[in-house]
Design a protein around this ligand. Sequence first.
Ligand SMILES: [Zn+2]
Ligand SMILES: [Zn+2]
Length: 141
Amino acid sequence: MPRPKGSVYDGVACSIDGCPRPARKRGWCLRHYKAWERNGDPVAINDFFLRTPSQRFWGMVAPADANECWLWMGTKTVAGYGMFRRTTAHRFAYEDMIAPIPENLTLDHLCRTRGCVNPYHLDPCPREENARRARAAAAAV
Ligand SMILES: [Zn+2]
Ligand SMILES: [Zn+2]
């Protein structure tokens, strides 16, 4: 059986340093080629992967003053909480800026804005206390 015709770059690795993917166009793999098409720079996409989770996280937060709600622009749960790397966005924000949250504590949104990731609007408290405050807030409306 004749092999399907491959590209001229068949068997050659992408010419971007450290990229193991096979070259397809212009000597680059498809991912680098697409990045070049989109940004005019084949390594722009590499940048994205090199950034730390923290840098990526804060890039998805709407700019706001220190005391305002910092709104999460990334993925959200149905309930309206931001999601980031298998945790909630506000938990990530708090741990990134303040300190790790003990296992038994949840973060209460003092501002009651679920999409807010401003750690100064978050108060670590036991789950029951959080639920009690939520009920109190709901009753106050
Ligand atoms: Zn590549
Ligand atoms: Zn807030």
